[in-house]
Design a protein around this ligand. Structure first.
Ligand code: ZN
Length: 170
């Protein structure tokens, strides 16, 4: 089991270290990221868009089983949002959020993983949300770590284009 962050500064440091471990170059594509995460996590990774009623309150999740990670994204979400959901779920893998005993099985999602699977559900955060995380809540810390890592990966992958897009969106 991985060690979890204990403060906003610690979280930022752990996320920066995880990003460095990936060794992604600026402008890296999603398929490059998938290859890197597959090789660092030792799992095959599959992305599946799904759509069911249970997904009203969750936007993505990853089902882990031996040697495999299946990332589910909500079919009805816009593509850029699916992209961020995938980055978030991959971030859980990079941060080794596996084998935890207090996972949100069904708590937020209404989706129950099969035996032997671990499920990490996604919740949405704003940019400097780590300042407001309750560092005594392990689930909140795991989510904050993954969300922060997904933000820095997105910045690296999308770079200037992302800022242009943001400018367009106001
Ligand atoms: Zn998550």
């Amino acid at each position: 089991m991985s060690v979890l962050s204990v403060s906003p500064a610690d979280l930022q440091r752990r996320v920066a270290e995880a990003l460095a471990r990936l060794g992604l170059s600026r402008g890296a594509t999603l398929s490059t990221l998938l290859e890197v995460v597959a090789s660092t996590s030792g799992r095959t990774i599959e992305i599946s868009p799904v759509g069911t009623k249970e997904w009203e309150t969750v936007t993505g999740l990853v089902l882990l089983s031996e040697g495999r990670a299946q990332v589910l994204v909500r079919k009805s979400d816009p593509r850029w949002y699916q992209f961020h959901s995938v980055l978030h779920e991959l971030s859980h893998l990079v941060l080794e959020h596996t084998g935890c005993s207090s996972l949100p099985s069904g708590r937020r999602t209404g989706v129950t993983p099969r035996a032997g699977q671990t499920m990490l559900a996604r919740s949405v955060g704003t940019y400097e949300f780590e300042r407001h995380v309750d560092f005594h809540d392990e689930e909140a810390v795991r989510e904050a770590e993954a969300e922060k890592l997904s933000q820095v990966i997105a910045e690296l992958m999308l770079g200037p284009k992302y800022r242009e897009d943001e400018a367009v969106l106001g």
